[in-house]
Write a new protein. Sequence first.
Length: 95
Amino acid sequence: MCKNNALILSLALSLSSLLAAAQVPAGGGAKPAQCRQAVDTGLEMARQLPAPNPRELERKNALLSRLQTLVSENRKKQLDECQTWAEFNRIATQQ
């Protein structure tokens, strides 16, 4: 992924992380509903990333597919949404 798209993705994920953190009650950890919202927001932001050329579009679609598969499989298994959010961030930042 080109530096600009990687930067945009990192920024988008940071923003959604901030969104999730801002909704965590004082003195408490993230709740599954907050993590689910962060996952959904992260997916939406990934869908909206610009892809200036066919190669970048292919990479964006591959990343998006990987993230959507992760979310879908984890939700089918009824895994903790915060675990899914952690995996989502790992995949997005290590791509």
